[in-house]
Design a protein around this ligand. Structure first.
Ligand code: SF4
Ligand code: SF4
Length: 106
């Protein structure tokens, strides 16, 4: 967890560029990725933080404690986190019907 502040510096420019992407975001109960963040607290590597191209995984301060926060809304559905997480914290399935990121070429 030692590098979370360094990674935090890079998040702004990446998140700003997400505004050019077209999403149809489903409600949270139908999020296509769910993360058991309790497992993340004991994770030996946190590879998802650097592996996710749009930084959906971040350690942030929540109610005075540093916790893993996952934002499914920004996901570009690359599947990297499903492969990188060897701790069993990530459950991944395709978004429902017309939901998720809308790529021009399908
Ligand atoms: S790799 Fe898996 S367990 Fe580790 S921080 Fe990421 S989602 Fe959590
Ligand atoms: S599928 Fe890709 S973009 Fe979506 S959360 Fe996982 S690593 Fe990030």
């Amino acid at each position: 967890m030692s590098n979370f502040t360094d990674m935090d510096d890079d998040i702004g420019p990446i998140k700003n560029k997400l505004g050019v992407l077209n999403y149809n975001i489903d409600d949270e109960t139908h999020a296509h990725i769910k993360v058991n963040t309790e497992v993340c607290e004991k994770c030996p590597h946190h590879l998802c933080i650097s592996g996710c191209p749009v930084r959906c995984f971040n350690f942030m301060e929540v109610d005075g404690e540093v916790k893993m926060v996952f934002q499914y809304e920004d996901c570009v559905e690359c599947g990297t986190c499903d492969i990188m997480c060897d701790q069993g914290a990530v459950s991944w399935h395709n978004p429902r019907g017309s939901f998720g990121i809308q790529y021009e070429m399908g």
